[in-house]
Ligand binder design. Sequence first.
Ligand code: GDP
Length: 418
Amino acid sequence: NGLSISPTTSLQSPLQIFVRAKKKINLVYGEVEVYVNDSANFLLGVPKNCELVKQEEQDIVTSHVGKVKGIREVLARDHMKVAFFGRTSNGKSTVINSMLRERILPSGIGHTTNCFIQVEASENGESYLIAENSDERKNVKSVSQLAHSLLCSDSLGDNSLVKVFWPTDKCPLLRDDVVLVDSPGIDVSPNLDSWIDRHCLDADVFVLVANSESTLMLTEKNFFFKVSARLSKPNVFVLNNRWDASASEPEFLEEVRKQHLLRTVDFLVDELKVCNSRAEAEQRVFFVSAKEVLQARINEFKGLPINTGMVADGFHGRYFEFQDFERKFEECISKSAVRTKFDQHTKRGKAIVSDTRNVMEALLERASVKRAAKTQIRREVLDHLDFTEKQLQLVTVEMKDKICKMVEEVEHKVSKAL
Ligand code: GDP
């Protein structure tokens, strides 16, 4: 009861791998932008009559200016994305709420998630939602308001997306650039292929929220077969939720856990082939109670003990297992997102800088050749001028002599005539 379970502070969180990488790549791209823009302006400033810059070179650098601008926009929006799937009522919304430490998504009887709901950080501290194909921000202050708004958005269909923007003060995950996507139950939708096209291709991690009171269903498995056919080795975690129910049958607990683990590991390693070994797969399977974790975190936020005494046996074990899941999930998502989101940008950045450098070096080379040629011409002109000057001097001296003589002669004749 007195146990204090503090949330991982933001700075210790493995999510910082992504947060720091994003900061760094943004800084580097800022420098790339300055370099490419300066180069483009320089090329534009070179007078056309010098014939130093080729049109295709100008075009290359100008197109890079646009590319860098586009990449910077994408980079600013890049985040880590986790998508939750599972049958209706397995507890997807409750798991998301537990991870966010707040009751944000409506859950439970009377509410089923009918479309995709993406929760992400609100940049202005307000909570609001934006439905697909709409620019309207609907303010939502509470879960019930959100539930109502979502019901009103029902006409959107199961494939559509509603984005919920939420303040980050209580939710370290949102602060660290994670977006969480809730989905309609796998059991109710015939649209699985288009779900994958629209919502899964850019997900870094998938969480299958299963029900520990039953075994994995074929519908759940089939969905992940489809995902893994489209994405090479997706990162899949399996949460056997509602594990608190096991407390009522302690004599079967170990047996049931072993059986679930065995089947889930078989699924991840042999069927889905997303894990290389059984040991690796075992690190992806957890037995949790999202409902208990959510209540504990809400209590903790209010300054109450996390366990009010009304919980089933084994609560602490389940709570720790949920935290263990979060830690492994954070490590996985941040590494995967750095790789998938930034690797391409890094390669493109390198190519852009090296292209631009090639153009500038070719220009420098041409300019040097031209300067050397001009220096040679100048030297020849100077030599020529030198020669002419000397000639002129000679001519001038001769002329002077002649003129002197002529003057003398004239003077002589004049004096005689007088
Ligand atoms: P979703 O349809 O998958 O999003 O499921 P919800 O999150 O809406 O949960 C359906 C119902 O199951 C709600 O009444 C939850 O309170 C309850 N629930 C969710 N997680 C647990 C759990 O770990 N244990 C128990 N006992 N109930 C849970």
